[in-house]
Design a protein around this ligand. Structure first.
Ligand SMILES: NC(=O)c1ccc[n+]([C@@H]2O[C@H](COP(=O)([O-])OP(=O)(O)OC[C@H]3O[C@@H](n4cnc5c(N)ncnc54)[C@H](O)[C@@H]3O)[C@@H](O)[C@H]2O)c1
Ligand SMILES: [Mg+2]
Length: 341
């Protein structure tokens, strides 16, 4: 009876969908897959799979390009048959999206299986995400980042933090349930504010000790419990460089997978021209200073770690375009140059 009801509902929703855009239909389909375990299990048999090994995505190097292959369900089955308990592996996959034609995409971490066997079968290699994000096509980076974050979340939420009992994932991997307590766990992201501070004609960039040599970025900080974005911007700027934000403007946001899933909320902030003396918090930063427009424009032209100064130190360079810090810096340059024009 339940199956007939579900079939009728699906038919009704597909009729309604004829009047919706491709995007709306896709989102409705993905939501159905998250809510309906049997529909999602069926989708796994016709979907495509992005593979990971201990959270490193599988890439293929073709000429100078790095491709992110989608492995078909049939190919997946063939590879898994080389190992024991093939069926159980597919169960571990998580839904990460679908094509316009509703071919579902899954991510699957094969961390416990022999890496070299899979690499040889599929002619590629599992590559650290910190490298992978910056060498693949721009459209693939967000997908790899969110897939890895979801896999990481499942890996670290195997047990209920209240009862200590194992949690079970739903088929799509959009939640985990502790059947002992009834608690449902949903994948989490930590909100982080990233702020490009300006005094009107200069912008402030800083270095954390962990940054690669020569790289400077905008100020960043995790939101504290209960804070809104504006409060985090004001607190982080005060904490890290001792300045008071006078006004701020939201720019854009980005999911960032390091160290684990963050929602980066990017803002421009203005401090008073008369109050620009930096008092750096040396527990968090190793350097913070003002950059003028010319220095920023020159820095944007440099490849990471490419040019040395006379004293042997690297000339400043900025995060690559995949990082939202880059976008903030470019926006600031645009705004400054339009003011000068
Ligand atoms: N995509 C980008 O352009 C970009 C640029 C800069 C920073 N980031 C990311 O922003 C994140 C936060 O920046 P930050 O390091 O300056 O933050 P931060 O200034 O808040 O300092 C980090 C410290 O905050 C504490 N903390 C508080 N809540 C935390 C949480 N939920 N998770 C982990 N630590 C927490 C820890 O003690 C940690 O050492 C970094 O992980 C970094 O990868 C991204
Ligand atoms: Mg910080």
């Amino acid at each position: 009876m339940a199956a007939i009801y579900q079939a009728v509902c699906r038919r009704a929703s597909s009729l309604i969908c004829r009047f919706h855009s491709t995007y709306v239909q896709k989102m409705r389909y993905l939501n159905d897959l998250k809510e309906d375990d049997s529909l999602c299990r069926q989708a796994q048999t016709s979907g495509t799979f992005y593979l990971f090994h201990n959270l490193s995505p599988f890439l293929q190097e073709v000429g100078k390009q790095y491709l992110v292959p989608q492995v078909s369900a049939a190919e997946m089955k063939r590879i898994l048959e080389k190992f024991k308990e093939a069926e159980q592996w597919i169960e571990k996959s998580v839904l990460i999206g679908c094509s316009d034609e509703h071919v579902p995409h899954f991510a699957l971490d094969l961390g416990a299986l022999e890496k070299s066997v899979i690499e040889a079968e599929l002619k590629g290699s599992f590559t650290d995400l910190r490298k992978a994000l910056f060498v693949v096509d721009e459209k693939d980076s967000p997908l790899l980042a969110s897939a890895q974050s979801l896999l990481r979340w499942h890996d670290s939420h195997q047990y209920c933090s209240k009862t200590g009992q194992p949690t079970q994932k739903n088929v799509a991997g959009s939640k985990r349930v502790c059947h002992a307590s009834g608690i449902i766990y949903y994948p989490q992201m930590s909100p982080v504010v990233i702020t490009l501070v300006s005094d009107g004609s200069r912008c402030l960039l800083a270095r954390q000790p962990s940054f690669p040599q020569g790289m400077y970025s905008a100020l960043s900080g995790f939101c504290d419990m209960g804070e809104n974005v504006e409060e985090t911007v004001r607190r982080e700027v005060a904490e890290e460089v001792g300045l008071e934000v006078e006004s701020f403007q939201y720019s854009a946001s980005q999911h960032w997978p390091f160290p684990s899933s963050c929602l980066m909320i990017a803002c421009h902030a203005l401090v008073r021209e008369q109050q620009t003396e930096i008092s750096m918090n040396s527990l968090e930063l190793e350097e913070a200073r003002w950059f003028d427009l010319e220095e920023i424009v020159e820095g944007l032209k440099r490849a990471p770690g490419s040019s040395k100064q006379d004293d042997g130190r690297l000339l400043p360079w900025f995060p690559p375009k995949q990082a939202i810090a880059h976008q903030l810096i470019r926006e600031w340059v645009k705004q400054q140059t339009s003011q000068l024009a």
